[in-house]
Design a protein around this ligand. Structure first.
Ligand SMILES: Nc1ncnc2c1ncn2[C@@H]1O[C@H](COP(=O)(O)OP(=O)(O)OP(=O)(O)O)[C@@H](O)[C@H]1O
Ligand SMILES: [Mg+2]
Length: 369
């Protein structure tokens, strides 16, 4: 991530562009005890926003933890990750569970307990006793201990929450039943599969039915982008005009990650040219390089779309400016494909029968196929 313009992961406090009102609202809601769902397409800044909110909540004295579900394959792993992240802020010990294991091993005792500020982690973690579900219960129990120890609120963020059902189908029920009688716990659920998540929180037969308030992730307004880009470039003695910022934003559709990526390439192109003046040529070269660096991700995305019959053809059509509902297509079938393509965050509806790419750079990739 060590670039002048951050790309590829959550951004630091200083690089969060705008979204201040949203951040204030989100912080307030969580510290008031509301549960929130933030679902949105990939690379728009969900994790960045969550981390910033957690920094603020921690400063207010709350216990906070972010559990990233991505890549977790078992209940045991989930239990350990949860325990680690809950205890990390308290104990200053990262990987608390491993630490506990080390203690048990080196002391060859049976009564070692890691106890910091009244928070104890039981032996089962260290000795790998208990079923995976019992371990998870123990991890979740840490939240109660935190609340008792400090009288504070515990704020849990579950990132990539849609992954939970892949780990174990019973997890929703278990988690929900642990959370529901706990007025001192607030949860922020994040995920990049909006349709799937919407279903989890809005269908009557689902464990998380009406459990959280769903908020849309706000866009970064063009003015905020402009202020940020002009300021960042000028810090390095580089000048960019509002008109050029406009061109850049038009190319990227102000998509958070893509805009940062092109800005980053502009910066490096200028360094190579030993120039400090952005021009349309520079923008064009930077854009092509950014597109090149997104190629792998786009290829993967494109490949994944072959799972749904007709999706790739329809996306190609829209990329070439045609309307999805053609003359000899069955409207019902097209409707189904569109629903899928929109659920993947690829197309958005902009008018009756009119669709656009959420990420214009992906459209460019598709037209060049
Ligand atoms: N508020 C913001 N200000 C500036 N850049 C941002 C902002 N939000 C996102 N970005 C850009 O988008 C990239 C991805 O951000 P982040 O990882 O927070 O998004 P995400 O929605 O959680 O993505 P993913 O779908 O991969 O989990 C960042 O590296 C940065 O380039
Ligand atoms: Mg994320």
């Amino acid at each position: 991530m060590n670039r002048y313009f951050p790309v590829g992961g959550p951004v630091s406090e200083d690089d969060i562009i705008d979204r201040e009102l949203f951040l204030e609202g989100l912080t307030r809601r969580l510290s008031d005890g509301q549960n929130i769902l933030l679902a949105g397409p990939r690379r728009i800044g969900k994790t960045s926003l969550a981390l910033e909110v957690l920094r603020r909540l921690r400063r207010e004295g709350h216990d906070v933890a972010l559990v990233d579900m991505f890549g977790i394959t078992s209940v045991r792993e989930l239990a350990e990750r949860l325990a680690n992240t809950l205890l990390e802020n308290r104990t200053g010990v990262q990987r608390t569970v491993e630490k506990l294991r080390d203690m048990v091993r080196s002391a060859a005792q049976t009564e070692v307990r890691l106890s910091v500020q009244g928070i104890e982690l039981g032996m089962s973690f260290a000795r790998r006793q208990g079923s995976d579900m019992e371990l998870l219960e123990e991890s979740l129990g840490i939240t109660d201990k935190l609340i008792r120890a400090s009288n504070s609120r515990v704020i849990l963020v579950f990132d990539e929450f849609q992954e939970l059902s892949r780990i174990d189908t019973n997890l929703h029920k278990i988690l929900r039943s642990h959370l529901q009688e706990k007025p001192h716990i607030s949860c922020l659920f994040l995920g990049s599969k909006p349709t799937l998540l919407a279903r989890l929180f809005s269908q009557g037969n689902e464990a998380f039915f009406r459990y959280a308030v769903s908020l849309p992730v706000p866009e970064i307004p063009p003015d905020a982008w402009s202020d940020y880009l002009v300021r960042k470039f000028s810090e390095r003695g580089i000048s960019i005009t509002p008109a050029e910022v406009g061109v850049l934003l038009k190319l990227t559709g102000a998509h958070p990650q893509d805009t940062m990526l092109v800005a980053s390439e502009v910066y490096y192109v200028l360094m190579e040219m030993e120039s400090q003046v952005v021009s349309l040529t520079v923008l064009e070269i930077a854009y092509q390089r950014a597109l090149q660096s997104l190629m792998r991700a786009f290829e993967e995305l494109w490949g994944s779309l072959s799972e749904h019959q007709g999706a790739q053809q329809l996306i190609k059509k829209v990329a070439h400016g045609e309307r999805p509902y053609g003359q000899n297509a069955s409207p019902a079938r097209v409707g189904r494909i569109l629903t899928y393509v929109m659920s993947q965050g690829i197309l958005v509806k902009v008018g009756r029968g009119q669709y656009e790419f959420f990420e214009p750079m992906f459209r460019d990739y598709v037209t060049q196929l």
